[in-house]
Design a protein around this ligand. Structure first.
Ligand code: KG4
Ligand code: ZN
Length: 337
């Protein structure tokens, strides 16, 4: 079979990333320009600043990718791009770049859903095995997804309010930690003790999640302590918060595996980088004979390699766009009821 090389572009938030992926499994080269240092100053991503910075960076990232990989455009078969969900202004920069390359070269344009990308980051580590359950945990999503085959996505549960990454970032902020707070909460939680009395978030029999309650409980606890003139013990708060969140994520995920008779679990999204979540899922999967895998850290947070991996399977399903492709801020991934 002839090899297929995908040139993939991801610009849905604050990373300008481009990658060349071979046959959906092999990373040839990736170049990512992150804007974290720019947005840190504001305590979160400023959409207008993000899209302007993408404009400044996008051709530089493309030049760098071709230079580092020693590739020319005629060696590429497909042009893939994240079309949503994400920040509209940011998405449009990557999308316009992809559409232009596709128009000029005549190569097919493959639209990739951002969460399909996060899921297929796992395919860069090890070929996905089906049926599987994917626990998608990012700054914008918390979903349990059932996949019976490639590019078939059935959502079985989701957050009713905040995404788990959003809750991590908010808790970090009220604890006085820098943006993005998730990695810092993860780090400090290792040094703390579970001393704060926080509720388990939506510990029920559904596959849905809710993190606004525990987020408010953290805010209220800190507020009450301050009113009493006490300082908060930040590592203890990080441990207490993380323990509750991970307990429920693990419990619902293990139940989904059982009910859907799936022997494979994958973790996806920025929060897949969380060491405690990885550790607890590894333990539970070992006990239950489940095949568990997760992407390396650089494939957990936003990157174009994952988009290139997903695009290969989208293309095989006949998913090809034309020049009318537009960016979408909110878009369901799920193609199965
Ligand atoms: O997938 P991602 O890069 O962007 C979105 O698509 O949302 O996820 C970013 C989220 C942020 O909320 C960040 O704080 C969180 O992932 N995150 C973590 C860790 N690393 C990144 N949360 C908890 N523990 C981590 N180690
Ligand atoms: Zn993401």
């Amino acid at each position: 079979m002839q090899d297929i090389y995908v040139l993939a572009i991801e610009s849905s938030c604050d990373e300008t990333s481009m990658s060349i992926i071979k046959n959906g499994t092999e990373e040839v080269c990736t170049v990512t320009n992150t804007q974290i240092d720019i947005h840190k100053e504001y305590g979160g991503v400023v959409p207008e600043v993000a899209s302007r910075t993408h404009i400044e960076n996008i051709t530089i990232v493309l030049d760098e990718l071709l230079f580092r990989s020693n590739f020319t455009m005629d060696m590429i078969d497909l042009i893939a791009v994240t079309y949503g969900p994400g920040l509209i202004g940011s998405l449009l920069i990557g999308l316009q770049c992809a559409k232009t390359i596709s128009l000029v070269t005549g190569k097919p344009l493959i639209p990739v859903h951002h969460i399909a990308g996060h899921i297929y980051a796992n395919n860069l580590e090890k070929r996905l095995e089906f049926p599987l359950i994917a626990l998608v945990v990012s700054g914008g999503h918390t979903d349990l997804v059932y996949m019976k085959e490639d590019y078939s996505f059935k959502r079985i549960g989701s957050t009713l309010d905040d995404a788990v990454g959003e809750a991590y970032d908010k808790v970090a902020k009220v604890c006085g930690l820098e943006y993005p707070g998730g990695p810092l909460v993860d780090k400090l939680a290792k040094e703390g003790n579970d001393t704060y009395d926080l509720p388990l978030p939506l510990n029920d029999d559904t596959y849905n999640f809710s993190f606004s309650g525990i987020k408010s409980a953290v805010v209220n606890t800190i507020h009450n302590e301050h009113q009493r003139g006490n300082e908060i013990r930040v590592p203890d708060m990080c441990t207490s918060f993380q323990n509750r969140v991970v307990t429920v994520l693990v419990k619902k995920t293990m139940r989904a595996l059982k009910e859907y008779n799936a022997k494979n679990l994958i973790l996806a999204g920025g929060v897949a980088a969380n060491s405690y979540l990885r550790q607890e899922l590894t333990k539970a999967c070992l006990e239950n004979g489940i095949n568990f895998s997760y992407p390396r850290i650089s494939y957990c947070t936003d990157n174009a390699a994952m988009i290139g991996a997903a695009a290969y399977y989208a293309y095989k399903k006949g998913i090809i766009a034309d020049q009318t492709l537009n960016a979408v801020a909110v878009e369901p991934l799920y193609n199965e009821k």
